[in-house]
Ligand binder design. Structure first.
Ligand code: SF4
Ligand code: SF4
Length: 250
């Protein structure tokens, strides 16, 4: 018995004190910054980008898989900061652009939604549909509820049944084989409900975007409340995005 207590005390306090302000490992390739608007370099980088995320003087975070190749080849033009705050309420908001007037690149933001905060600010149950992804986004979503990240402290939990949930969070590029399951899960969630896309695959198809095995028609007539980039999305990105939407980030 005493050995068990000793072992437990030895574990110490493992939860990150405040995931919304946490410092992330310096090596983490998060929010990209455009350091200079060199069109020739952008054009060369677009050629080598495996996700077609570079276009004009912009990087589409909804497509990028954060491979770091553009930064490795052109460090004076691209820099990926260890910043996990990359989500947006709009698809357009995920496009990081060079802003000539500000001599810097734009930054995605999630603004608190007072109506959603009133409904779900104290409790939000998420149901995940893994729609053909590689399982890494699902693992990171699962990690949000572990002892380190402890998303439950904000009243946000992943639940097993769509009937007990308030939001559908999709991971994976949405394959034909998952299209019906996705639709039925959405229909089983009671109103009011939110739709969240987590990871490059869910947002744009990611590296599978051109596959003929996808059926992304579900997204045509279902409005999305939150886009969370990453490949996979980091637990801190997921927690920060949801808490920002629900007005939990000061
Ligand atoms: S880090 Fe993103 S933008 Fe750069 S090459 Fe890789 S996928 Fe493309
Ligand atoms: S976005 Fe990346 S990590 Fe997530 S399911 Fe797709 S390939 Fe896997």
């Amino acid at each position: 018995m005493f050995e068990l207590i000793k072992a437990r005390l030895g574990h110490g306090y493992q939860a990150i004190p405040d995931p919304l302000k946490a410092k992330i490992n310096e090596a983490f390739p998060g929010l990209p910054r455009i350091l200079s608007p060199d069109r020739e370099i952008f054009s060369n980088a677009a050629e080598i980008c495996p996700c077609k995320a570079i276009e004009g003087l912009s990087i589409d975070l909804g497509k990028c898989n954060f491979c770091g190749e553009c930064q490795r080849l052109y460090p004076d033009t691209f820099r990926f900061d260890p910043d996990f705050r990359m989500a947006s309420q709009t698809r357009e908001g995920l496009i990081v652009r060079w802003q000539e007037d500000k001599l810097s690149s734009s930054v995605p933001v999630v603004k608190p939604d007072p109506a959603l905060a009133k409904l779900f600010g104290r409790s939000l149950a998420l149901r995940n549909v893994s729609a053909g992804g590689c399982n890494a986004c699902e693992l990171e979503l699962g990690a949000c509820s572990n002892v380190n990240f402890d998303m439950g402290r904000y009243g946000v939990d992943v639940v097993a049944s769509p009937r007990h949930s308030d939001a559908l969070i999709i991971t994976g590029p949405i394959t034909e084989n998952m299209a019906i399951a996705l639709k039925e899960t959405w229909e089983a969630i009671p109103e009011p409900k939110l739709l969240i896309l987590c990871g490059a695959c869910a947002i744009s198809g990611g590296v599978f975007a051109e596959s003929s095995a996808l059926d992304r028609s579900f997204l045509v007539d279902h409005p999305v409340s939150l886009y969370i980039p990453g490949c996979p999305a980091h637990p801190l990105s997921i927690i920060h995005a949801i808490c920002s939407l629900l007005g939990r980030v000061k």
